[in-house]
Structure formats: C-alpha cells, structure tokens
Ligand binder design. Sequence first.
Ligand SMILES: Nc1ncnc2c1ncn2[C@@H]1O[C@H](COP(=O)(O)OP(=O)(O)O)[C@@H](O)[C@H]1O
Ligand SMILES: Cc1ncsc1CCOP(=O)(O)O
Ligand SMILES: [Mg+2]
Length: 263
Amino acid sequence: MKIDLLNQIRQTNPVVLNISNFVTVQDVANGINAIGASPIMSEEIGETDEMVGISNAVALNLGAFSKPQVDHILAMGKAANAQHKPLVIDPVAVGAISYRKKVALDLMNQFQVDVIRGNAGEIAALADVAWDAKGIDAGSGNQDVVEVAKAAAKKQHCVVILSGETDIITDGQHVARVFNGTPLFQLHVGSGDMLSSIVGAFCAVSDGDYFEAAQTACLVFASIGQIVAEQLNEERPGTFAARLMDELHLASVADIEKIAQFD
Ligand SMILES: Nc1ncnc2c1ncn2[C@@H]1O[C@H](COP(=O)(O)OP(=O)(O)O)[C@@H](O)[C@H]1O
Ligand SMILES: Cc1ncsc1CCOP(=O)(O)O
Ligand SMILES: [Mg+2]
C-alpha cells in the first residue's frame, strides 16, 4: 500500500473531472478539494474533449441521470479512453433499478473503465449475482463478497472496489481488503460518491497502477472517517460530515499509518 500517494495528490493538485448527481455534487467537489486535488464538474456535452484535456482523471457518477446526461456520460467515457485519462465509474443503485443496470452495462460496453466503485448491492448486480439491494444502499445478501467483487472485475476487465464495513479491492485475480472505517459514513448521503471521485484523484497520481491507487484511496478515506468518529463521543451525522472535510485536509500520512488495517 502506497499511502504516500496522498502527499503526491497534495503536491501536484491533479484535476478530477466529474459528472456528478444533483444530490451530492457539493460534497464531492469539496471532498476532492479538501484532500488536495482540484474538482471540476461538467453538464454540457459540447465541452467534453476540452474538459477531458485539462483533467488528470475522470469520475462518472450514475446517481441521477436523464437521457441527455447519458449521452454526455458516453461522450466523456469515450474521450477519457481516447485521451488516456484514468476513468472511474460509480454505478449508483444498479442493484435496485433494472433500468439503471441496463444503462450502466450499455455504457461500459462502449468505453473501458479503469475502476468501478460501488457497494455490495451495486457490484453484485454488475456481476449478475443474486442480492437484495435497497435503493442507494447495499442491502443484504448471502454471497461471498470477495467472489462477487472478483466476478465483476473479470466481467468488466477492470479494478473493482466493493465498499462497506470492509472494503474489497480486486483486479479479478489479486484481492486487497481495508478494515478501517466507521458506520457514521452510512449516516451521510454522498460518502460513496465522495470516495469514487477521490479514487479518481489517486488514479491521477498512480503512474497507471489503478489497483494500488484504488486500495490506497479506500484506506485513506476510510481511515480519515475513522479518525473523525474516534473524536466524536456520540453519533452526530452533521458534525461527522463537517469534520470529515476538515480531516480530509488535515490528516497526514503518519496519522493514517498509525491506524491502517489492511491485507
Ligand atoms: N458499516 C461500515 N463500517 C465502516 N465503514 C463503512 C461502513 N459502511 C460503509 N463504510 C465506508 O463508507 C464509505 C462509503 O462506502 P459505502 O457506504 O459502501 O458507499 P455507498 O454510499 O455508495 O453505499 C467507504 O469508505 C466504506 O469503507
Ligand atoms: C440519494 C441519492 N439519490 C440518487 S443519487 C443519491 C446519492 C447517493 O450517494 P451515495 O451513494 O454516495 O450515498
Ligand atoms: Mg453510492
């Protein structure tokens, strides 16, 4: 695990281009900014090539798309491939809504993503594994989540992050797990979206090793949430969200190394 990638983000301030959803756009922009990267959001297809040109990574969030936005997402994915920019996708709620799953799979047939980041319900759907997803949340299931993540990675030929109490990161062959985190993440809508775009920031400084970038992003984000939770003596979702921004900015590599738990 190369936790020092966090310092590289802070030193080089990579631009992360996002198609976001209207629910969490500000959290995502501020999360990217707080950790030391530079967010930019786009809602106009005409600017796609130029936008991708100035960016160091692209993150596509499928949280609340409309038909015109699907065209935009497609153009953005194709441009990221053509311009060799790392490409992350967050397939929000594809486990709960079959239409979303169809759109997500159609898109991923037309461009190659480098990393998919979703919860268990979302990744199970992409792997065609039975799972009881609940809206935007993971829901419940009996399958081995490591096998679910590996199946999705093999199917889509990319790195998969299946996030949750334990984050599972796999390229289809190798598996890493991050044990840090806090249940408080679940009390803040947008935690997953923030992580997906922060994965983009780590990919931007990774020299093409997206498996390592994905692991490190998960470790850093989950550990920072845990640091905040350990400072609060009650469940306070509002304070958690505000303090998460503070610690994304303040936490050092040494702070994370002290509590890091992964294999
Ligand atoms: N029960 C939990 N305990 C600890 N960390 C969690 C828990 N659930 C989610 N997380 C963390 O929350 C972040 C967002 O992941 P997740 O909740 O799976 O995404 P989403 O919001 O898309 O469902 C990740 O860093 C993950 O490790
Ligand atoms: C509530 C909601 N509805 C559509 S997208 C969205 C936000 C999902 O955010 P996250 O998956 O990060 O919790
Ligand atoms: Mg999500």
